[in-house]
Write a protein that binds this ligand. Structure first.
Ligand code: FAD
Length: 117
């Protein structure tokens, strides 16, 4: 069965966007429970990801490249490098991870108390 390449690509774009945007707002100095939570979320995502071929590959990548959760920069760079592994595998260009900060913005305030009107 061929599947639907357009739907698979859309799901991929949406998932990468969520992953990179979450990483861009992950704490600079995460607490132990925040580190555990994001790690679990990534492993659960790899288990539940609704494209079997992608999920298998994702799980194998996680074994070789475990999530780096010690800081915002560590998690953001980790997400960028696993995305680059997929890019290479699919014959796409590698992304320059030094430009990440300007690309992924959540549209929310840095501090939850800074509520925008
Ligand atoms: P995407 O790769 O979806 O990227 C979206 C945008 O993110 C790009 O336009 C660019 O602006 C930015 N970007 C690109 N690279 C990076 C990076 N390294 N760091 C930060 N931002 C970046 N598809 C398959 O066909 N087979 C698979 O096995 C497969 N496995 C996948 C596994 C996972 C975990 C995920 C989330 C997706 C997978 N996909 C797979 C989907 C695939 O990665 C793409 O999402 C899809 O092909 C659409 O590609 P795209 O060119 O629109 O850009």
């Amino acid at each position: 069965k061929l599947g639907n390449a357009t739907a698979k690509a859309e799901l991929g774009r949406a998932t990468w966007k969520l992953l990179h945007t979450m990483a861009s707002r992950y704490p600079e100095k995460p607490k132990a429970d925040e580190r555990a939570a994001v790690k679990q979320w990534i492993f659960l995502l790899s288990r539940l990801y609704p494209c079997g071929e992608c999920a298998n590959h994702f799980q194998r990548m996680l074994k070789d490249h475990p999530p780096q959760t010690s800081s915002r920069a560590a998690l953001s760079n980790w997400a960028c490098s696993i995305h680059n592994i997929v890019n290479i595998r699919l014959g796409k260009a590698e992304f320059d991870c030094s430009t990440l900060e300007n690309v992924y913005q959540c549209g929310c305030a840095e501090d939850p108390s800074e509520v925008e009107g």
